[in-house]
Design a protein around this ligand. Structure first.
Ligand code: ARG
Length: 455
Protein backbone atom coordinates (compact mmCIF):
# COMPACT_ATOMS: atom_id res chain seq x y z
CA UNK A 1 0.00 0.00 0.00
CA UNK A 2 2.99 2.28 0.31
CA UNK A 3 5.14 0.53 -2.32
CA UNK A 4 4.98 3.19 -5.07
CA UNK A 5 8.54 4.43 -4.72
CA UNK A 6 10.11 1.15 -3.62
CA UNK A 7 11.91 -1.19 -6.02
CA UNK A 8 11.82 -4.45 -4.05
CA UNK A 9 9.68 -5.78 -1.21
CA UNK A 10 10.85 -5.68 2.42
CA UNK A 11 13.12 -8.40 3.71
CA UNK A 12 11.50 -11.10 5.80
CA UNK A 13 12.97 -9.74 9.00
CA UNK A 14 11.88 -6.21 8.12
CA UNK A 15 8.39 -7.55 7.67
CA UNK A 16 8.57 -9.29 11.02
CA UNK A 17 9.78 -6.28 12.98
CA UNK A 18 7.35 -3.98 11.20
CA UNK A 19 4.13 -5.96 11.38
CA UNK A 20 1.80 -5.26 14.28
CA UNK A 21 -1.20 -7.25 13.12
CA UNK A 22 -0.75 -10.05 15.71
CA UNK A 23 -1.27 -7.40 18.39
CA UNK A 24 -3.42 -4.66 16.90
CA UNK A 25 -5.98 -6.99 15.38
CA UNK A 26 -7.74 -6.48 18.69
CA UNK A 27 -8.65 -3.00 17.45
CA UNK A 28 -10.75 -4.26 14.54
CA UNK A 29 -14.08 -3.10 15.90
CA UNK A 30 -12.77 0.39 16.56
CA UNK A 31 -11.01 0.48 13.20
CA UNK A 32 -14.20 -0.35 11.33
CA UNK A 33 -16.25 2.11 13.41
CA UNK A 34 -13.68 4.84 12.68
CA UNK A 35 -13.71 4.08 8.96
CA UNK A 36 -17.49 4.12 8.78
CA UNK A 37 -17.66 7.48 10.56
CA UNK A 38 -14.98 8.83 8.23
CA UNK A 39 -16.71 7.55 5.06
CA UNK A 40 -20.09 9.01 6.09
CA UNK A 41 -18.49 12.35 6.84
CA UNK A 42 -16.61 12.37 3.49
CA UNK A 43 -19.89 11.72 1.69
CA UNK A 44 -21.74 14.40 3.66
CA UNK A 45 -19.00 16.86 2.74
CA UNK A 46 -19.22 15.93 -0.94
CA UNK A 47 -15.66 14.55 -0.91
CA UNK A 48 -16.89 11.02 -1.61
CA UNK A 49 -19.81 10.13 -3.90
CA UNK A 50 -22.92 8.68 -2.28
CA UNK A 51 -22.46 5.43 -4.26
CA UNK A 52 -18.85 4.96 -3.21
CA UNK A 53 -19.74 5.73 0.40
CA UNK A 54 -22.60 3.22 0.32
CA UNK A 55 -20.33 0.54 -1.15
CA UNK A 56 -17.66 1.28 1.46
CA UNK A 57 -20.12 1.14 4.38
CA UNK A 58 -21.65 -2.07 3.08
CA UNK A 59 -18.20 -3.61 2.61
CA UNK A 60 -17.13 -2.58 6.11
CA UNK A 61 -20.26 -4.16 7.56
CA UNK A 62 -19.48 -7.39 5.75
CA UNK A 63 -15.91 -7.35 7.06
CA UNK A 64 -17.26 -6.78 10.54
CA UNK A 65 -19.41 -9.91 10.21
CA UNK A 66 -16.51 -11.92 8.81
CA UNK A 67 -14.10 -10.92 11.55
CA UNK A 68 -16.72 -11.56 14.17
CA UNK A 69 -17.37 -15.10 13.02
CA UNK A 70 -14.00 -16.13 11.57
CA UNK A 71 -11.51 -13.94 13.38
CA UNK A 72 -9.07 -11.47 11.87
CA UNK A 73 -6.61 -12.92 9.32
CA UNK A 74 -2.97 -12.30 10.22
CA UNK A 75 -1.09 -11.44 7.08
CA UNK A 76 2.30 -10.04 7.92
CA UNK A 77 2.61 -8.34 4.53
CA UNK A 78 -0.48 -6.29 5.38
CA UNK A 79 1.33 -4.99 8.49
CA UNK A 80 -1.50 -3.86 10.69
CA UNK A 81 -5.23 -3.84 11.29
CA UNK A 82 -5.75 -0.69 9.22
CA UNK A 83 -4.26 -2.20 6.08
CA UNK A 84 -5.88 -5.56 6.76
CA UNK A 85 -9.32 -3.95 6.77
CA UNK A 86 -8.59 -1.79 3.74
CA UNK A 87 -7.19 -4.73 1.80
CA UNK A 88 -10.23 -6.87 2.49
CA UNK A 89 -12.44 -3.94 1.52
CA UNK A 90 -10.69 -3.71 -1.84
CA UNK A 91 -11.25 -7.42 -2.39
CA UNK A 92 -14.94 -6.99 -1.62
CA UNK A 93 -15.81 -3.73 -3.41
CA UNK A 94 -12.93 -3.06 -5.80
CA UNK A 95 -11.23 0.29 -6.50
CA UNK A 96 -13.75 2.40 -4.53
CA UNK A 97 -12.05 1.03 -1.40
CA UNK A 98 -9.04 3.16 -2.29
CA UNK A 99 -11.08 6.34 -1.74
CA UNK A 100 -11.67 5.63 1.95
CA UNK A 101 -8.18 6.77 2.89
CA UNK A 102 -8.82 10.30 1.56
CA UNK A 103 -8.08 13.02 4.13
CA UNK A 104 -6.74 10.69 6.79
CA UNK A 105 -3.59 8.74 7.60
CA UNK A 106 -2.86 5.66 9.61
CA UNK A 107 -1.39 8.04 12.17
CA UNK A 108 -4.69 9.67 13.10
CA UNK A 109 -6.46 6.38 12.43
CA UNK A 110 -4.44 4.41 14.98
CA UNK A 111 -4.65 7.19 17.56
CA UNK A 112 -8.44 7.19 17.16
CA UNK A 113 -8.83 3.41 17.26
CA UNK A 114 -6.62 3.00 20.28
CA UNK A 115 -8.26 5.86 22.15
CA UNK A 116 -11.70 4.37 21.51
CA UNK A 117 -10.51 0.99 22.76
CA UNK A 118 -8.95 2.52 25.86
CA UNK A 119 -12.15 4.39 26.71
CA UNK A 120 -14.19 1.23 26.34
CA UNK A 121 -11.80 -0.77 28.49
CA UNK A 122 -11.59 1.92 31.16
CA UNK A 123 -15.37 1.67 31.52
CA UNK A 124 -15.07 -2.11 31.74
CA UNK A 125 -12.42 -1.90 34.45
CA UNK A 126 -14.61 0.51 36.42
CA UNK A 127 -17.47 -2.00 36.23
CA UNK A 128 -15.25 -4.88 37.35
CA UNK A 129 -14.03 -2.74 40.26
CA UNK A 130 -17.63 -2.07 41.29
CA UNK A 131 -18.30 -5.81 41.26
CA UNK A 132 -15.40 -6.49 43.60
CA UNK A 133 -16.60 -3.65 45.83
CA UNK A 134 -20.06 -5.21 45.97
CA UNK A 135 -18.60 -8.52 47.12
CA UNK A 136 -16.46 -6.81 49.76
CA UNK A 137 -19.43 -4.82 51.07
CA UNK A 138 -21.53 -7.99 51.42
CA UNK A 139 -18.78 -9.69 53.42
CA UNK A 140 -18.30 -6.53 55.49
CA UNK A 141 -21.99 -6.48 56.35
CA UNK A 142 -21.80 -10.09 57.49
CA UNK A 143 -18.80 -9.28 59.68
CA UNK A 144 -19.63 -5.77 60.89
CA UNK A 145 -19.33 -7.01 64.47
CA UNK A 146 -16.60 -9.65 64.03
CA UNK A 147 -13.60 -8.75 66.12
CA UNK A 148 -10.07 -9.19 64.84
CA UNK A 149 -6.72 -7.79 65.81
CA UNK A 150 -5.84 -4.61 63.95
CA UNK A 151 -2.15 -4.34 63.12
CA UNK A 152 0.47 -1.70 62.72
CA UNK A 153 3.98 -2.91 61.82
CA UNK A 154 2.18 -6.29 61.62
CA UNK A 155 2.14 -6.21 65.42
CA UNK A 156 -1.20 -6.49 67.19
CA UNK A 157 -2.23 -2.87 67.77
CA UNK A 158 -5.93 -2.42 68.65
CA UNK A 159 -8.97 -4.58 68.05
CA UNK A 160 -10.92 -3.71 64.93
CA UNK A 161 -13.87 -5.25 63.17
CA UNK A 162 -13.39 -7.42 60.12
CA UNK A 163 -16.12 -5.43 58.38
CA UNK A 164 -14.12 -2.26 58.91
CA UNK A 165 -10.99 -3.91 57.55
CA UNK A 166 -12.79 -5.08 54.40
CA UNK A 167 -14.35 -1.66 53.86
CA UNK A 168 -10.87 -0.13 53.80
CA UNK A 169 -10.41 -1.89 50.45
CA UNK A 170 -13.78 -0.64 49.24
CA UNK A 171 -12.51 2.91 49.80
CA UNK A 172 -9.28 2.23 47.89
CA UNK A 173 -11.24 0.71 45.04
CA UNK A 174 -13.52 3.75 44.95
CA UNK A 175 -10.49 5.86 44.15
CA UNK A 176 -9.49 3.38 41.45
CA UNK A 177 -12.99 3.55 40.04
CA UNK A 178 -12.76 7.34 39.91
CA UNK A 179 -9.37 7.14 38.23
CA UNK A 180 -10.70 4.91 35.47
CA UNK A 181 -13.65 7.26 34.94
CA UNK A 182 -11.13 10.06 34.70
CA UNK A 183 -9.27 8.14 31.98
CA UNK A 184 -12.46 8.27 29.92
CA UNK A 185 -13.05 11.95 30.63
CA UNK A 186 -9.51 12.93 29.66
CA UNK A 187 -9.76 10.89 26.46
CA UNK A 188 -12.71 12.97 25.24
CA UNK A 189 -11.11 14.51 22.16
CA UNK A 190 -11.07 12.74 18.81
CA UNK A 191 -7.80 12.71 16.81
CA UNK A 192 -9.42 11.61 13.54
CA UNK A 193 -8.83 14.18 10.83
CA UNK A 194 -5.43 15.27 12.09
CA UNK A 195 -4.23 13.15 9.16
CA UNK A 196 -0.50 12.36 9.05
CA UNK A 197 0.53 15.26 11.29
CA UNK A 198 -0.47 18.57 9.75
CA UNK A 199 -4.20 18.33 9.13
CA UNK A 200 -5.65 18.16 5.62
CA UNK A 201 -6.65 20.47 2.78
CA UNK A 202 -9.94 18.61 2.25
CA UNK A 203 -13.01 20.28 3.71
CA UNK A 204 -13.62 17.63 6.36
CA UNK A 205 -16.00 17.95 9.31
CA UNK A 206 -14.15 16.82 12.40
CA UNK A 207 -16.99 17.79 14.74
CA UNK A 208 -19.20 15.25 13.05
CA UNK A 209 -16.75 12.31 13.17
CA UNK A 210 -15.95 13.12 16.79
CA UNK A 211 -19.65 13.04 17.68
CA UNK A 212 -20.38 9.89 15.69
CA UNK A 213 -17.61 8.06 17.53
CA UNK A 214 -18.79 9.18 20.96
CA UNK A 215 -16.11 11.78 21.65
CA UNK A 216 -16.90 15.22 23.07
CA UNK A 217 -15.04 17.17 20.39
CA UNK A 218 -12.08 16.99 18.00
CA UNK A 219 -8.50 17.51 19.18
CA UNK A 220 -7.27 21.05 18.60
CA UNK A 221 -3.70 20.44 17.46
CA UNK A 222 -2.88 17.97 14.70
CA UNK A 223 0.69 17.34 15.90
CA UNK A 224 -0.45 16.59 19.43
CA UNK A 225 -3.27 14.44 18.07
CA UNK A 226 -1.00 11.88 16.41
CA UNK A 227 1.78 11.91 19.00
CA UNK A 228 -0.32 11.78 22.16
CA UNK A 229 -0.50 8.49 24.04
CA UNK A 230 -1.38 10.01 27.41
CA UNK A 231 -4.69 8.15 27.38
CA UNK A 232 -2.85 4.79 27.33
CA UNK A 233 -0.49 5.97 30.05
CA UNK A 234 -3.43 7.22 32.11
CA UNK A 235 -5.01 3.82 31.72
CA UNK A 236 -1.80 2.04 32.71
CA UNK A 237 -1.30 4.38 35.63
CA UNK A 238 -4.83 3.73 36.91
CA UNK A 239 -4.30 0.00 36.32
CA UNK A 240 -1.00 0.07 38.21
CA UNK A 241 -2.46 1.72 41.26
CA UNK A 242 -5.51 -0.52 41.21
CA UNK A 243 -3.34 -3.62 40.87
CA UNK A 244 -1.27 -2.41 43.80
CA UNK A 245 -4.42 -2.30 45.93
CA UNK A 246 -5.40 -5.75 44.74
CA UNK A 247 -1.93 -6.99 45.58
CA UNK A 248 -2.24 -5.71 49.15
CA UNK A 249 -5.61 -7.39 49.57
CA UNK A 250 -4.20 -10.59 48.07
CA UNK A 251 -1.26 -10.43 50.46
CA UNK A 252 -3.62 -10.18 53.44
CA UNK A 253 -5.68 -13.11 52.23
CA UNK A 254 -2.49 -15.12 51.85
CA UNK A 255 -1.41 -14.23 55.39
CA UNK A 256 -4.85 -14.87 56.86
CA UNK A 257 -5.12 -18.24 55.14
CA UNK A 258 -1.74 -19.36 56.41
CA UNK A 259 -2.27 -21.83 59.29
CA UNK A 260 -0.22 -19.86 61.86
CA UNK A 261 -2.68 -16.97 61.34
CA UNK A 262 -5.70 -19.19 60.77
CA UNK A 263 -8.04 -16.24 60.18
CA UNK A 264 -9.47 -17.61 56.97
CA UNK A 265 -9.86 -20.66 54.83
CA UNK A 266 -9.91 -20.19 51.08
CA UNK A 267 -12.51 -22.24 49.25
CA UNK A 268 -11.43 -25.20 47.14
CA UNK A 269 -12.25 -23.22 44.01
CA UNK A 270 -9.65 -20.59 44.80
CA UNK A 271 -6.79 -22.67 46.12
CA UNK A 272 -4.71 -25.55 44.85
CA UNK A 273 -3.09 -28.58 46.39
CA UNK A 274 0.57 -29.45 46.40
CA UNK A 275 1.77 -32.39 44.33
CA UNK A 276 3.95 -33.70 47.15
CA UNK A 277 2.57 -32.23 50.38
CA UNK A 278 -1.03 -33.38 50.76
CA UNK A 279 -1.77 -31.15 53.76
CA UNK A 280 -1.28 -27.97 51.76
CA UNK A 281 -3.89 -25.57 50.39
CA UNK A 282 -2.03 -23.01 48.41
CA UNK A 283 -3.56 -19.58 47.82
CA UNK A 284 -2.44 -19.53 44.17
CA UNK A 285 -5.09 -17.15 42.87
CA UNK A 286 -4.22 -14.53 45.47
CA UNK A 287 -0.50 -15.06 44.88
CA UNK A 288 -0.96 -14.58 41.14
CA UNK A 289 -2.93 -11.38 41.73
CA UNK A 290 -0.02 -10.18 43.84
CA UNK A 291 2.39 -11.25 41.10
CA UNK A 292 0.38 -9.71 38.27
CA UNK A 293 0.60 -6.37 39.98
CA UNK A 294 4.35 -6.43 39.42
CA UNK A 295 3.81 -7.12 35.76
CA UNK A 296 1.24 -4.33 35.38
CA UNK A 297 3.51 -1.76 37.00
CA UNK A 298 6.29 -2.99 34.69
CA UNK A 299 4.09 -2.51 31.63
CA UNK A 300 3.28 1.06 32.73
CA UNK A 301 6.97 1.81 33.24
CA UNK A 302 7.77 0.26 29.88
CA UNK A 303 5.44 2.52 27.91
CA UNK A 304 6.57 5.59 29.87
CA UNK A 305 10.12 4.83 28.74
CA UNK A 306 9.06 4.16 25.16
CA UNK A 307 7.43 7.59 25.00
CA UNK A 308 9.86 9.72 26.96
CA UNK A 309 12.33 10.70 24.24
CA UNK A 310 10.11 10.86 21.19
CA UNK A 311 10.04 14.02 19.07
CA UNK A 312 6.76 15.16 17.52
CA UNK A 313 4.85 13.75 15.82
CA UNK A 314 4.33 10.02 15.11
CA UNK A 315 7.31 7.66 15.40
CA UNK A 316 7.12 3.94 14.85
CA UNK A 317 8.27 3.32 18.43
CA UNK A 318 4.69 4.19 19.26
CA UNK A 319 3.50 0.97 17.68
CA UNK A 320 4.76 -0.61 20.91
CA UNK A 321 2.02 1.18 22.85
CA UNK A 322 -0.65 -1.45 22.38
CA UNK A 323 0.90 -4.69 23.62
CA UNK A 324 1.57 -3.39 27.15
CA UNK A 325 -1.83 -1.72 27.40
CA UNK A 326 -3.70 -4.79 26.19
CA UNK A 327 -1.72 -7.05 28.49
CA UNK A 328 -2.27 -4.83 31.51
CA UNK A 329 -6.01 -4.67 30.80
CA UNK A 330 -6.20 -8.47 30.56
CA UNK A 331 -4.18 -8.98 33.72
CA UNK A 332 -6.17 -6.46 35.71
CA UNK A 333 -9.53 -7.78 34.56
CA UNK A 334 -8.51 -11.30 35.51
CA UNK A 335 -7.15 -10.14 38.86
CA UNK A 336 -10.35 -8.28 39.72
CA UNK A 337 -12.47 -11.31 38.87
CA UNK A 338 -10.17 -13.72 40.74
CA UNK A 339 -10.23 -11.60 43.89
CA UNK A 340 -14.00 -11.16 43.72
CA UNK A 341 -14.34 -14.95 43.60
CA UNK A 342 -11.82 -15.47 46.37
CA UNK A 343 -13.39 -12.92 48.71
CA UNK A 344 -16.91 -14.11 47.99
CA UNK A 345 -16.09 -17.69 48.96
CA UNK A 346 -13.53 -17.31 51.74
CA UNK A 347 -14.57 -18.63 55.17
CA UNK A 348 -13.47 -16.46 58.05
CA UNK A 349 -12.67 -17.85 61.50
CA UNK A 350 -14.05 -15.30 64.00
CA UNK A 351 -13.01 -17.39 67.06
CA UNK A 352 -9.40 -17.44 65.97
CA UNK A 353 -9.38 -13.72 65.14
CA UNK A 354 -10.91 -12.88 68.46
CA UNK A 355 -8.48 -15.09 70.39
CA UNK A 356 -5.56 -13.33 68.75
CA UNK A 357 -7.05 -9.90 69.43
CA UNK A 358 -7.38 -10.85 73.10
CA UNK A 359 -3.96 -12.39 73.46
CA UNK A 360 -2.10 -9.45 71.95
CA UNK A 361 -2.91 -6.84 74.67
CA UNK A 362 -4.88 -5.08 71.98
CA UNK A 363 -6.87 -3.11 74.56
CA UNK A 364 -3.79 -1.47 76.09
CA UNK A 365 -4.72 1.85 74.50
CA UNK A 366 -8.22 1.55 76.01
CA UNK A 367 -6.65 1.21 79.46
CA UNK A 368 -4.49 4.28 78.87
CA UNK A 369 -7.50 6.24 77.59
CA UNK A 370 -9.51 5.17 80.67
CA UNK A 371 -6.76 6.45 82.98
CA UNK A 372 -6.88 9.79 81.16
CA UNK A 373 -10.66 10.04 81.16
CA UNK A 374 -11.60 8.62 84.55
CA UNK A 375 -8.54 9.36 86.69
CA UNK A 376 -7.42 12.61 85.06
CA UNK A 377 -3.92 11.26 84.43
CA UNK A 378 -1.89 12.89 81.61
CA UNK A 379 -1.69 10.57 78.58
CA UNK A 380 2.09 10.14 78.73
CA UNK A 381 1.89 8.94 82.31
CA UNK A 382 -1.12 6.76 81.51
CA UNK A 383 0.90 5.18 78.71
CA UNK A 384 3.64 4.33 81.19
CA UNK A 385 1.21 2.82 83.72
CA UNK A 386 -0.37 0.77 80.95
CA UNK A 387 3.07 -0.50 79.91
CA UNK A 388 3.54 -1.82 83.42
CA UNK A 389 0.14 -3.48 83.31
CA UNK A 390 1.08 -5.22 80.02
CA UNK A 391 4.31 -6.40 81.64
CA UNK A 392 2.36 -7.78 84.62
CA UNK A 393 -0.08 -9.56 82.28
CA UNK A 394 2.87 -11.07 80.42
CA UNK A 395 4.32 -12.33 83.70
CA UNK A 396 0.99 -13.83 84.74
CA UNK A 397 0.42 -15.19 81.25
CA UNK A 398 -3.02 -13.61 80.93
CA UNK A 399 -4.59 -10.78 78.98
CA UNK A 400 -5.20 -7.35 80.54
CA UNK A 401 -8.75 -8.22 81.58
CA UNK A 402 -7.31 -11.30 83.33
CA UNK A 403 -5.41 -9.19 85.88
CA UNK A 404 -7.14 -8.93 89.25
CA UNK A 405 -8.09 -5.54 90.68
CA UNK A 406 -5.38 -5.97 93.38
CA UNK A 407 -2.80 -6.61 90.70
CA UNK A 408 -3.91 -3.50 88.78
CA UNK A 409 -4.04 -1.34 91.90
CA UNK A 410 -0.55 -2.48 92.84
CA UNK A 411 0.54 -0.77 89.62
CA UNK A 412 -1.55 2.35 90.22
CA UNK A 413 -4.00 2.82 93.06
CA UNK A 414 -6.20 5.18 91.05
CA UNK A 415 -7.50 2.21 89.02
CA UNK A 416 -10.91 0.92 90.15
CA UNK A 417 -13.28 -1.85 89.12
CA UNK A 418 -14.94 0.21 86.38
CA UNK A 419 -11.79 -0.34 84.29
CA UNK A 420 -12.99 -3.82 83.35
CA UNK A 421 -15.70 -2.19 81.24
CA UNK A 422 -13.08 -1.06 78.74
CA UNK A 423 -10.64 -3.95 78.84
CA UNK A 424 -12.70 -6.36 76.75
CA UNK A 425 -12.23 -6.34 73.00
CA UNK A 426 -15.98 -5.78 72.48
CA UNK A 427 -15.94 -2.67 74.64
CA UNK A 428 -12.87 -1.46 72.80
CA UNK A 429 -14.35 -1.67 69.31
CA UNK A 430 -17.76 -0.47 70.46
CA UNK A 431 -16.14 2.68 71.85
CA UNK A 432 -14.47 3.65 68.57
CA UNK A 433 -17.47 5.60 67.32
CA UNK A 434 -15.71 8.60 65.82
CA UNK A 435 -16.62 9.13 62.14
CA UNK A 436 -14.69 6.56 60.14
CA UNK A 437 -14.03 4.50 63.26
CA UNK A 438 -14.23 0.73 63.65
CA UNK A 439 -17.30 0.52 65.95
CA UNK A 440 -19.91 -1.88 64.53
CA UNK A 441 -22.50 0.94 64.41
CA UNK A 442 -20.21 3.00 62.22
CA UNK A 443 -19.34 0.02 60.02
CA UNK A 444 -23.04 -0.71 59.48
CA UNK A 445 -23.60 2.91 58.48
CA UNK A 446 -20.80 2.68 55.93
CA UNK A 447 -22.13 -0.62 54.63
CA UNK A 448 -25.52 1.02 54.12
CA UNK A 449 -23.93 3.97 52.33
CA UNK A 450 -21.97 1.67 50.01
CA UNK A 451 -24.94 -0.57 49.28
CA UNK A 452 -26.88 2.46 48.19
CA UNK A 453 -24.02 3.78 46.11
CA UNK A 454 -23.25 0.50 44.41
CA UNK A 455 -26.91 -0.20 43.78
N1 ARG B 1 0.66 0.02 13.00
C1 ARG B 1 0.91 1.37 13.32
C2 ARG B 1 0.84 1.59 14.82
O1 ARG B 1 0.27 0.81 15.47
C3 ARG B 1 -0.08 2.27 12.64
C4 ARG B 1 0.44 3.62 12.29
C5 ARG B 1 1.49 3.50 11.28
N2 ARG B 1 1.80 4.74 10.67
C6 ARG B 1 2.79 4.83 9.84
N3 ARG B 1 3.00 5.97 9.32
N4 ARG B 1 3.61 3.84 9.61
O2 ARG B 1 1.38 2.54 15.33
Amino acid sequence: MWGGRFGGGPSVIMQQINASIPVDKRLWREDIAGSKAHACMLAAQGILSAEDAAAIIDGLDRISEEFDTQGVPERMDLEDIHMTVEHRLSELIGPAAGRLHTARSRNDQVATDFKLWTKRMAARMADAIAELQTVLVARAEEHAGTIMPGFTHLQVAQPVTLGHHLLAYVEMLARDHARFRQVTTLAGECPLGAAALAGTGFAIDRESTARTLGFDKPTANSLDSVSDRDFALDFLSAASLCSLHLSRLAEELILWASPPFGFARLSDDWSTGSSIMPQKRNPDAAELVRGHSGRIVGLFTGLMITMKGLPLAYSKDMQDDKAPTFEAADLLELSLAALAGTVESVTFNPERMRALAESGYATATDLADWLVREAGIPFREAHHITGRAVKAAEEHECDLAGLSLEQLQAIDERIDARVYDVLSVEASVASRTSYGGTAPVRVREQVARWKERLG
